[in-house]
Ligand binder design. Structure first.
Ligand SMILES: [Zn+2]
Length: 95
């Protein structure tokens, strides 16, 4: 999997170590990759009753409802707002 770093950080290090020479200019001219930052969110449990569980996106407030026994992260790994959902409480272990 590719990793992305800030060009300005690399150029600063090259400049400190080697000066603004040929390597500096070659790195500066590499075309930028088309990447976007990942928005991370969680499914917060809003309601747990004997029929269903209702979760809410921590980033946009969207609500999803699931029947018991279904894993919200498996059903909705991403919210419609684009957030990558990384955590959700287990409804069966709520007080
Ligand atoms: Zn959302």
């Amino acid at each position: 999997m590719a990793e992305y770093i800030e060009r300005t950080d690399v150029l600063r290090i090259i400049d400190e170590v080697y000066g603004a020479g040929k390597v500096y200019h070659r790195v500066r001219n590499i075309p930028a990759a088309d990447v976007a930052p990942i928005i991370r969110g969680t499914w917060d449990l809003l309601r747990h009753d004997k029929f269903s569980d209702v979760f809410q996106c921590s980033e946009c407030g969207r609500k999803v409802s699931l029947t018991h026994g279904r894993d919200v992260l498996e059903q909705f790994p991403y919210c419609h707002c684009g957030a990558k959902m990384e955590d959700a409480p287990c409804p069966e272990h709520q007080p």
